[in-house]
Design a binder for this molecule. Structure first.
Ligand SMILES: Nc1ncnc2c1ncn2[C@@H]1O[C@H](COP(=O)(O)OP(=O)(O)OP(=O)(O)O)[C@@H](O)[C@H]1O
Ligand SMILES: [Mg+2]
Length: 237
């Protein structure tokens, strides 16, 4: 579904991504781990051209993503951020239906109906008309995930979706992500939550200093010779 081929990204003189190759197949849940500053967010942002790669190719269903067609791919490649990125001046349902209505994915009435279905599913049907400022962090993130789902994405990229949350809210967001995984959603997830990694990942990718150092299943990674990978994965919260 997604193929990243020899992607490089520099910020000024700093080489942030170095010859990254990665393949994500339909139904995969690829989890990217690695130290702070290793380029995990930059890699996710390159996938949908929030950061434009300096060189290399990114294929989505065998088509190369480029400047011209990126608008189409941004709908197919959803993204969920650590900081939710909801519009604070719009209420919950307005946040959810704005983009899909604008892009003609749903009519206004259909979008409202679908949004309410989703809000019921995440137990937030009573929050339709409230503004993000009166939601908890966990509620905001679940609304942000629903907003992404409304675009009918084929893959969702999650950049540390639970790291801004209080511990008691981490679980409700993770459970929603696990539900999506069980429904077959293809996902690329950056997270530090090791117990979640173990539950959800079909493949783990360890990045360090802009390179993919190692990739494999949880068992392959934990049994590898690489001390930093083992240290990371044994640090279960
Ligand atoms: N827009 C930017 N301009 C300049 N440098 C940047 C920019 N974005 C990221 N960087 C640098 O690129 C490097 C990788 O950043 P990135 O955010 O991808 O790391 P990360 O692995 O996601 O780290 P963390 O775990 O802390 O989120 C860092 O050194 C960062 O300072
Ligand atoms: Mg990051």
């Amino acid at each position: 579904m997604l193929k990243i081929e020899k992607v490089n990204k520099n910020f000024g003189k700093l080489k942030i991504l170095k010859d990254i190759n990665l393949e994500v197949k339909k139904g995969d849940r690829v989890v990217i781990i690695g130290p702070s500053g290793s380029g995990k967010s930059t890699l996710l942002r390159c996938i949908n051209y929030l950061n434009k790669p300096d060189s290399g190719k990114i294929y989505f269903n065998d088509e190369i993503i480029n400047d011209k067609n990126i608008a189409i791919y941004r709908q197919k490649i959803g993204m969920v951020f650590q900081s939710f990125n909801l519009f604070n001046n719009l209420n919950v349902i307005e946040n959810i239906i704005l983009a899909p209505v604008k892009l003609g994915i749903y009519s206004f009435d259909e979008a409202k109906k679908k949004a309410i279905e989703y809000l019921k599913r995440i137990d937030l049907a009573d929050k339709v008309s409230v503004y993000p400022s009166s939601l908890s962090g966990g509620q905001k993130q679940r609304v942000a995930i629903v907003r992404t789902l409304m675009m009918k994405p084929e893959i969702i990229l999650f950049d540390e979706p639970t790291s801004a949350l209080d511990p008691e809210m981490v679980k409700e967001v993770q459970e929603l992500m696990i539900e999506l995984a069980n429904e077959g959603m293809t996902m690329v997830i950056v997270t530090h939550e090791v117990s979640f990694v173990k539950r959800v990942a079909t493949k783990i990718v360890f990045m360090d200093e802009g390179k993919i150092i190692l990739e494999g299943t949880y068992d392959e990674m934990i049994n590898s010779e690489n001390e930093s990978v083992k240290l990371f994965l044994s640090n279960i919260k």
